[in-house]
Design a protein around this ligand. Structure first.
Ligand code: SAM
Length: 309
């Protein structure tokens, strides 16, 4: 039995996925990804600098006897060395919205976009709001962020998080972003697109086999294609956007970016993994895009940056 078959049998992945991964990445990297699904990921969080400084969070964690480490690329990120989220949820800093539980991978798109104070920013797929509130914090609550979310239940979660984090520069809009009027235009856009979640498969989820299907991938590709087209239309000339997913499949990532580039209205702004030391990157089919491997620190993730000509 190959290493791949052993991993697949042990963790019960949907049958078609190993073949897809092997086709895209080759045997060795496919095994790495599959093993990454099974890794027990550490709890990570972000200091909400609207309400607290990273030093204050350092202190609160130390006083609670919670050991943590830092990543070299983001001083507001904390990696909790032991224990689950429940321990963090009991802390006063959590209750007060001074921290936000967020995966490290999910912190990358706002950093790649670099939200600016005073800018009109569109977050096209915003709930539950990790990146919306991160962008608000990065601008000192001084941008004008329109956070769009289609699902009404998720919109309530977004509203709760935005309020709890004190992100008062965020304007919430419950809407299908694909139907936003082209009359609008934005200085910066984040499209953290709905996706199959192939970078973050939860192997303990009993519904994984029925939920993660080829149909889900096809549906995601269709939505992503329409969303990125809309993003390109809504972006002001000379301005930038970031496209991201928690998928490691090229059909949801590089191919979607390619579809946007083919219209000729945007160009790729190359991203470099060197800006994020320690990031476990996967080979990509389009130079200048970044794909992150799932492991004990990171979720599988993809991001690309585009500029409107
Ligand atoms: N950016 C979020 C964060 O950092 O917390 C995570 C976004 S999640 C990957 C994708 C979200 O997009 C889901 O909440 C989903 O309901 C929403 N969504 C999917 N299609 C949409 C659409 N056409 N317009 C607006 N929101 C959409």
């Amino acid at each position: 039995m190959t290493e791949m078959q052993e991993s697949v049998e042990r963790i019960g992945l949907p049958e078609f996925l190993p073949g897809l991964l092997r086709e895209q990445y080759g045997e060795q990297t496919a095994v790495r990804i599959i093993q990454g699904y099974g890794a027990k990921r550490k709890v990570t969080l972000r200091a909400n600098t609207i309400k607290a400084t990273a030093e204050e969070i350092d202190k609160a964690l130390s006083e609670a006897g919670i050991s943590y480490s830092k990543v070299p690329w983001y001083e507001d990120a904390f990696v909790i060395e032991e224990g689950d989220e429940s321990r963090i949820r009991q802390l006063a800093v959590y209750e007060e919205g001074k921290i936000y539980l967020q995966s490290l991978s999910s912190m990358l798109p706002p950093l790649a976009l670099g939200p600016r104070a005073g800018a009109d920013i569109l977050d096209m797929a915003a709930a539950p709001g990790g990146k919306t509130t991160q962008m608000a914090a990065m601008t000192g609550n001084k941008a004008h962020i329109t956070a769009c979310e289609m699902n009404s239940i998720r919109m309530e979660r977004l509203r709760y998080n935005v309020e709890k984090q004190g992100a008062s520069c965020v304007y919430l809009m419950q809407k299908d972003s694909r139907t936003l009027d082209d009359f609008f235009s934005f200085d910066q856009i984040l499209l953290d697109a709905p996706c199959s979640g192939s970078g973050v498969l939860d192997l303990e989820d009993a519904r994984l086999q029925t939920h993660f299907t080829r149909k889900l991938i096809d549906k995601s590709v269709k939505a992503q294609t329409a969303l990125i087209k809309k993003a390109v239309n809504l972006l002001k000339k000379g301005q930038e956007m970031v496209y991201s997913t928690c998928s490691v499949l090229a059909c949801e990532n590089e191919m979607i970016v390619k579809s946007a580039l083919s219209g000729g209205k945007v160009e790729l702004v190359p991203l470099s993994a060197e800006v994020f030391p320690g990031l476990p990157v996967l080979p990509v089919k389009m130079a200048g895009t970044l794909c992150v491997a799932p492991d004990e620190l990171y979720e599988g993730f993809f991001l690309a940056k585009l500029r409107k000509r």
